[in-house]
Design a protein around this ligand. Structure first.
Ligand SMILES: [Zn+2]
Ligand SMILES: [Zn+2]
Length: 241
């Protein structure tokens, strides 16, 4: 599985930083975890085809994780007519609004056979010949989730956004298992607040995103402290697992 960190900003775009958006590539297919960046622009700029997109999995409906869906769906509907994808959004109201917008913009046409909206529930929501995707509830907001992606014997947790100060103790317990990576935000809590969970973390790598630059500097304080690799990511960086 190849992971590309398309957007790594902290909830508000910064110079050369989009909000949370991660592209996964597996078996020639493309998937996105969150859509806080213009997905189609990114695919075009990187020589990828919208027709290879299989699914978009969003963790919650805050716009820094979902705004790219609207543009993607509009273009899939009227321009990329051979494209076909499952689009997971955690609130039916947001799906209804996106369908309505696309329908109106498309002169009354909305191809819901190619563009398949789904409201995810806790548990396995998707599987194909490449990956399996499981939604794990967190307490960032109503209907918010972390996402566990499995490819063969590899597993990576995408943490989504978690509770302020981690006061709701919502770091998914799967990090205590030997998963291959944990992609962790760092906007709603400090490294100190995360430390008790890191003590029990058995992920092989920790990827930090969704953080202000000062929080990335704080990460330097834990480099080398744990056996797992600690990485801070900027837009466009990739990692192969
Ligand atoms: Zn966010
Ligand atoms: Zn959020």
């Amino acid at each position: 599985m190849k992971i590309t960190f398309v957007g790594t900003s902290h909830g508000v775009p910064e110079k050369n930083r989009y909000c949370t958006c991660i592209m996964l590539e597996s078996g020639g297919a493309i998937y996105f975890i969150d859509a806080g960046a213009p997905i189609v622009d990114f695919l075009v700029n990187n020589g990828k085809s919208v027709n290879d997109l299989r699914a978009v999995f969003t963790t919650h409906v805050h716009s820094d994780h979902t705004i790219g869906v609207l543009h993607l769906v509009n273009l899939m509907n009227w321009y990329y007519k051979r494209s076909s994808a499952d689009i997971f959004i955690t609130e039916q109201e947001h799906i209804d609004a996106t369908v309505r917008w696309t329908y109106t913009a498309g002169d009354g046409n909305m191809d819901e056979e190619r563009i398949r909206f789904k409201v995810p529930q806790a548990g396995c929501v998707y599987s194909d010949e490449n990956i399996k995707v499981e939604y794990i509830p967190v307490a960032h907001m109503k209907n918010s989730y972390a996402i566990l992606v499995t490819e063969g014997d590899k597993r990576v947790l995408f943490g989504g956004d978690l509770s302020h100060g981690l006061k709701k103790r919502d770091v998914p317990s799967v990090i205590t298992e030997e998963i291959d990576g944990f992609v962790c935000e760092l906007a709603h809590f400090t490294i100190d607040e995360l430390t008790p969970y890191l003590e029990e973390c058995h992920a092989k790598r920790l990827f930090f995103i969704h953080a202000k630059p000062a929080r990335y500097s704080d990460v330097d304080g834990i480099r080398g402290k744990y056996y797992f690799e600690v990485l801070t990511h900027h837009d466009g960086e990739t990692f192969e697992i």
